[in-house]
Write a protein that binds this ligand. Structure first.
Ligand SMILES: Cc1cc2nc3c(=O)[nH]c(=O)nc-3n(C[C@H](O)[C@H](O)[C@H](O)COP(=O)(O)OP(=O)(O)OC[C@H]3O[C@@H](n4cnc5c(N)ncnc54)[C@H](O)[C@@H]3O)c2cc1C
Length: 380
């Protein structure tokens, strides 16, 4: 058993962090305050091989695997989870194209994403159904050689900035719920697609989140990803991968909370001593550090297993669940350790506190992870 990162992974980690410090840190507060999405950062990230890093080189990626992509996500999230999301989720949905798409689809859609010239979104959640995937209502009906799509999607990351999306649609309503869905590629500029940016998010405000309506949207049947009726299983497989990426976000944010807090408690004094001299402070730092270390083990193992061709969806759900908890826990302590300064904009911990909560909501709520883990434990 070897817990060391390879030299290649260590270099990737260092490079991603340097990129985040140089390119993201200077605009982080402004993008948060003004809900600003900056495409140029994504393009620069792509030039550095940070976009679609998990995509094989044959399709334009850097072939760093899911572990490499998770490490990139971790490092970017140390500085700004929202801007980091714009970068690493610009290929969101492409996981299904890579795993189930035709050779032609892979060659058409994956390289432009890796080059930073196109963005893909994963459009699954609907206004009336998120956790309950079987409650999705968007329909795709065959007409000649096309599908005609009608329905609404909600909370879609990169929804207004994407060039195309992979949408979950009902194609086989006569089948049992889980056999009724299919994933279909929808160009964002197709006639009948309407996209509205959602404003006023609590955190990750630099990221783009949208509601999308499909009204008689026509796409060729060749845009089907994989087999018709297989969309639900494909989506579950997608989550096995993306939940690991999200747990990488949690890891980076939690680590930033710890490092910033350590620096602060060494400098700030009270009762004639640095805050770090008090046992209560040490306890808080210790609890943060232990949780982060445990999380890193879960996240890297879940990512590594995917790269070994042995994805473990229970472990991915555990990493996501524990990641959300750890990030929220560490952000809370970071604010507390900064006292009143933790509550004002001058320090980034207030932002991390707001950003952290999404990790318990998207890519499956923490309750959804509990359901996945609880069922898997009893099925053994
Ligand atoms: C910023 C942001 C970005 C997002 N990005 C995307 C994206 O790119 N693509 C996409 O498709 N979606 C995206 N989402 C949607 C996100 O994945 C959903 O919000 C999430 O899955 C929860 O669905 P919901 O909001 O409909 O909540 P609901 O499913 O209505 O759940 C509400 C509450 O009930 C709980 N609950 C539901 N069922 C059960 C149960 N059986 N037992 C116990 N508790 C239960 C949930 O855990 C939750 O606490 C995003 C959301 C946000 C906020």
């Amino acid at each position: 058993m070897d817990f060391e990162l390879t030299e290649e992974m260590r270099m990737l980690k260092e490079m991603a962090y340097k990129f985040a410090v140089a390119e993201i840190a200077p605009v982080s507060a402004e993008c948060d305050e003004q809900e600003k999405y900056l495409p140029e950062i994504r393009k620069k990230a792509a030039e550095n091989g940070l976009v679609g890093a998990w995509i094989p080189e044959a399709y334009g990626g850097s072939g760093a695997g899911i572990l490499g992509n998770t490490i990139i996500t971790e490092e970017l999230s140390k500085i700004d989870m929202g801007i980091g999301l714009n970068i690493v989720a610009s290929g969101f949905g492409c996981e299904s194209i890579l795993n189930y798409g035709t050779e032609e689809q892979k060659k058409t859609y994956l390289p432009p994403v890796c080059q930073g010239v196109q963005v893909c979104a994963g459009a699954y959640t609907e206004p009336n159904a998120g956790t309950d995937v079987s409650g999705y209502k968007t329909r795709a009906v065959k007409d000649g050689t096309d599908y005609v799509i009608n329905g609404n999607k909600m909370f879609i990351t990169n929804g207004t900035v994407c060039d195309f999306m992979v949408a979950q649609c009902i194609t086989n309503p006569d089948q049992k719920k889980h056999n009724s869905f299919s994933l279909i590629i929808v160009p964002a500029d197709a006639k009948g697609v309407t996209r509205n940016k959602l404003h006023g998010k609590m955190g990750i405000r630099a990221s783009d989140t949208a509601e999308i309506a499909f009204e008689d949207v026509r796409v060729p049947q060749s845009n089907l990803v994989g087999k018709e009726g297989n969309g639900f299983r494909q989506l579950m497989h997608f989550f096995d991968i993306t939940r690991v990426m999200v747990s990488g976000q949690a890891l980076g944010l939690a680590q930033a909370c710890l490092e910033t807090s350590i620096k602060y408690v060494k400098e700030r004094t009270a009762f004639g001593a640095p805050l770090g001299a008090f046992q209560i402070t040490q306890m808080k730092l210790t609890e943060m550090a232990i949780r982060i270390e445990a999380l890193r083990g879960l996240v890297y193992k879940a990512a590594w297993l995917i790269d070994q061709g042995k994805p473990d969806y229970t472990l991915a759900a555990m990493a996501k669940f524990y990641g959300g908890q750890t990030a929220v826990f560490c952000a809370n302590y970071a604010v507390e350790l900064h006292g009143g300064y933790g509550y004002i904009e001058e320090y980034p911990v207030q932002k991390w506190y707001r950003d952290a909560k999404i990790l318990e909501l998207y890519e499956g709520t923490k309750e959804a992870e509990i359901m996945t883990i609880g069922r898997a434990l009893q099925a053994r």
